[in-house]
Design a protein around this ligand. Structure first.
Ligand code: FES
Ligand code: FES
Length: 145
């Protein structure tokens, strides 16, 4: 079946074998946006976090058909030039270590900002896991937002 998804303000029509295919598979393998990561597949780590209609969603557990008609933003769409305030704070505070969790982390932060949270409230909202333990720098970066 064909489905059309709006990702980062671009419509993509892709052919999926099954409507229950996870959105994460479609974003990465069919659309080719590999910023969004696969970590656990069971909605625990947050590596796959994308914004859907302004809210954080775990793309590893969202069926592709549920994403049709929604406005999906991935880390690639956060800004074209690293100018989103969260990206700037991440760079200023040199947050990433290996970097694997960071796209999902940034999307969770951006969604918390969309929900009206500021500063330390943001890091309390973000439940994503970082195996490298960059939490202190994450809190520091969020404190400036
Ligand atoms: S890969 Fe989706 S929450 Fe871990
Ligand atoms: S920076 Fe390595 S998992 Fe978070």
């Amino acid at each position: 079946m064909n489905v059309t998804l709006n990702v980062n303000n671009v419509n993509h029509t892709v052919s999926v074998t099954d409507g229950s295919m996870p959105l994460l598979w479609v974003i990465r393998d069919l659309i080719g946006l590999t910023g969004t990561k696969y970590g656990c597949g069971i909605e625990v780590c947050g590596a796959c976090t994308v914004m859907m209609d302004g809210q954080a969603e775990h793309a590893c557990v969202v069926d592709v058909t549920s994403a049709v008609g929604k406005k999906i933003t991935t880390v690639e769409g956060l800004s074209s030039d690293r100018s989103h305030p969260a990206q700037k704070a991440w760079i200023e505070n040199q947050v990433p270590q290996c970097g694997f969790c960071q796209p999902g982390m940034l999307m969770s932060v951006a969604c918390a900002m969309n929900a009206g949270h500021h500063g330390s409230e943001i890091s309390k909202e973000v439940k994503n896991l970082c195996v490298c333990g960059t939490y202190a720098r994450i809190r520091q970066a969020c404190s400036k937002l």
